[in-house]
Design a protein around this ligand. Structure first.
Ligand code: NOJ
Length: 527
């Protein structure tokens, strides 16, 4: 197949949907695919190019669906494969692609193959699909090595016959043994299953995991590091992605121009660690988490952006402000800063991901009662790590009413309460409350996305920094576009421009009567 030099994903704006929290189409208090289908016109009006669906597969939900018990089906609480196909059809009619989440590092302890492995004897063929080992110490009562679980506690759990199995995450998420020759073909079949249904690609969960040090010996540094270690960034993993790339590239465009993508969730310590994933023939894309990790500081953000450009531009490493795993930008940085950051995100070269609710300026919900919390990190750390439920609270669509329009109310019965409680006042953030207000978050995102579509230099391309006054982050996208944000406390002058296209907040005038940028405000300028 001919090389695709300008793939659709290089400049795409992708909207992340956490389906259980998006829209509930059957009144059971859990978001589902029919609910999402009903909101596709909203996404089309917002102006996104694609959606990324976090897992919707059958799952006992010990980790929000990242514990998959069947990779080739839809959880009955979320719908059916027929609903999925309908989603593909409806999104396609609106020119929107669908990226699905692939979870290759681990499955659920409810996966039939793990159940078979548990029922089989130590050393059996069945157990070889996972990482079972004898323990250490008297009676093997100590875990086989010192590796930690990302969610707290050891990465090993003991089974009744005395062996232990490895899980880098929750005990309900046993890691696959990628050194077993049956695992790679199984995942290739899964890839083809979804590609055949017409998806635009995959988001690859824990893409830096999969292979573990073959000896499963103690890690020199048994902390939760993103550095190459006994369990992350093992070089064997790159060959998996080369094989997947061949599969992706072998698929026809299927009604859309351009190739399918796979974007790896690769948490890494440096550009050097990320680079091999993006080597020719490897993953098309990996997430760029620099903006998530950065504080709201002009030099820090500039360094974060430059660090990425050292190995790839945003077309290979899409920009992200938040996702379902991190504290919402409004709470991390403040409301004004989050508005300015939205304009930064969408002005940077390449692709950008928006997590549902970012366009509404949803804050982190910090006071979810302990009994309502679902994130396994909360349980595994005895509540010391509060976990990620606060960014997963169901969407407010209406200013009032049961669950603020999250669940349908026209079904002839009162819908069940949402699976995670929404705080009082959530309706003030709703789509209905914001859509007629030109100063709302939603209007800012809609306008920015429209301008981005219309402005030829936005999306994939290059940037050139402008050296502005202290506290100002500014660059040009040539020809004709400039971005500036003021992170200092005093107002700062705007860079040269012919027109202010969009501002994240009100501008002020300086003593000479010229427009100036107040603190935590960003502008898009025509030059
Ligand atoms: C990353 C996912 O984004 C997160 O939600 C999940 O808990 C872990 N991977 C484990 O699958």
């Amino acid at each position: 197949m001919a090389a695709d030099n300008n793939p659709w994903w290089a400049g795409a704006v992708v909207y992340q949907v956490y389906p259980r929290s998006y829209a509930d189409g059957d009144g059971d208090g859990v978001g589902d695919l029919p609910g999402l289908i009903g909101r596709v016109p909203y996404l089309a009006a917002l102006g996104v190019d694609a959606i990324w669906l976090t897992p919707f597969y059958p799952s006992p939900l010990n980790d929000g669906g990242y514990d998959v018990s069947d990779y080739m089906d839809v959880d009955p609480r979320l719908g059916t494969l027929g609903d999925f196909d309908r989603l593909i059809g409806v999104t396609r009619n609106h020119g929107i692609r669908v990226i699905v989440d692939l979870v290759p590092n681990h499955c659920s302890w409810d996966h039939p193959l793990f159940k078979k492995a548990l029922a089989a004897a130590p050393g059996s063929h069945e157990r070889e699909l996972f990482l079972f080992r004898d323990g250490r110490g008297p009676d093997g009562a100590e875990p086989p090595n010192n590796w930690p679980s990302q969610f707290g506690g050891p990465a090993w759990t003991r089974v009744p016959d005395g062996q232990w199995y490895l899980h880098l995450f929750d005990a309900s998420q046993p890691d696959w043994n990628w050194r077993d020759p049956r695992v790679a073909p199984m995942f290739e079949e899964i890839l083809r299953f979804w590609l055949d249904r017409g998806i635009g690609g995959f988001r690859v969960d824990v893409a830096h995991g999969l292979f573990k040090d073959a000896t499963l010996g103690d890690a020199a540094d048994a902390s939760l590091t993103n550095r190459p270690s006994a369990y992350y960034h093992r070089p064997e993993v790159y060959a998996v992605y080369r094989d997947w790339r061949l599969i992706l590239d072998s698929y026809p465009a299927d009604g859309f121009p351009g190739s399918r993508t796979a974007v790896g969730e690769v948490w890494a310590d440096s550009a050097e660690t990320i680079a091999p994933y993006l080597a020719p023939g490897g993953l098309p894309q990996v997430f760029n988490f620099e903006l998530v990790k950065s504080r709201w500081s002009a030099p820090e953000l500039r360094a974060a952006i430059d660090a990425t450009h050292a190995f790839a531009d945003g077309s290979r490493a899409p920009w992200v402000l938040g996702n379902h795993d991190v504290v919402r930008p409004v709470t991390r940085w403040g409301k004004d800063a989050a508005r300015a950051a939205a304009l930064l995100l969408l002005a940077l070269p390449g692709s950008a991901y928006i997590y549902q609710g970012e366009e509404l300026g949803l804050p982190e919900v910090e006071d979810i009662p302990a009994a309502a919390r679902r994130d396994p990190t909360f349980r595994r750390t005895g509540g010391k790590v509060v976990g990620r439920d606060g960014c997963r609270v169901p969407m407010p669509w209406l200013a009032g009413g049961a669950s603020f329009g999250f669940s349908r109310t026209d079904l002839g019965f009162t819908p069940a309460p949402p699976w995670l409680p929404q705080p009082p006042g959530w309706g003030a953030y709703s789509v209905a409350a914001q859509q007629g207000d030109p100063d709302s978050f939603l209007s800012l995102y809609r306008t920015a996305l429209r301008l981005r579509r219309d402005h030829p230099v936005l999306g994939a391309g290059a940037l050139r920094w402008l050296d502005g006054p202290e506290g100002v982050l500014a660059f040009v996208r040539e020809p004709g576009f400039a971005f500036a944000a003021n992170l200092a406390s005093e107002p700062r002058p705007l860079p040269p421009h012919t027109e202010v296209l969009l501002a994240s907040g009100p501008l002020v005038t300086d003593e000479a009567g010229a427009l100036a940028l107040p603190r935590d405000t960003a502008v898009w300028l025509a030059q």
